[in-house]
Design a protein around this ligand. Sequence first.
Ligand code: SAM
Length: 273
Amino acid sequence: MKIGTLYIVATPIGNLEDITFRAIRILQEVDLIAAEDTRNSSKLTAKYDIKTELISYHKFNEKRKTEFLIDKLKSGKSIAVISDAGTPGISDPSQIIVKECIKNEIPVIPIPGPSAIITALSASGLSTENFSFFGFLPKSKSKQRAFLQNFILREETLIFYESPKRVIQTLQNFLDILGNQQVVVAKELTKIYETFFRGTIKEVLSQLDETNLKGEFVILLEGAEEREISDSEIEKLLREKISLGLSKREAVKEISKSINIKKNRVYQVSLRI
Ligand code: SAM
């Protein structure tokens, strides 16, 4: 029996016109659409006359529904996975089903389209040559600060998704830990209130307040200048890790790995603490 195909279909991140002809055709032709939020996706399907049945597939039922979807694919049905916005799998469900399909030798076909990362980066004005994306940062302040320390020597553009509630706090943490770098805060991409706030972190912080912190946000940070790390910076990093409950030995290991510096150097600095 012929097996089905899984399509990973990118959908708009705001403006419903941002969808490809191919995506519409695939969504019309498949047997089922597994959607993160069927109510939300029904606006898109109504606009493009897509009559295919929508079933819910989100992070809370992803594992259970994957089994069901794999059975359908094995019985010859074709399925499209879509998320609320952008590309499935990018800070959204779909990884589990993609891995299962590969394991079961079921074809997986990507249908490319928008993602907030690339949309924000393309108009940010920051370097697009090298960049890294980290999804959502840890929510707790101490965990976020510890995480950001891994970036002090990173030279590429760093990209994060952030909730409007935490944009200011996150920028403040960037400032404390990474310095007054150039930053771009991209708000409500492709929508009516699309705005790019650009400048140093301090300048951007001065532009943001409760009135304009509504909607969806991507934060892009300029990479660090190429430089050597000082012993006092290493000491600061060690102290921060130790304050989070790591032993000295664990802190040395983590820092040398995350910033890519010799363990012995970090160890020598740790003797001062
Ligand atoms: N899969 C999506 C993608 O490909 O971009 C991302 C989904 S993730 C759950 C949602 C986050 O993406 C939002 O909290 C926000 O950080 C970012 N995002 C999505 N749409 C956006 C938009 N129109 N403008 C700015 N950020 C957006």
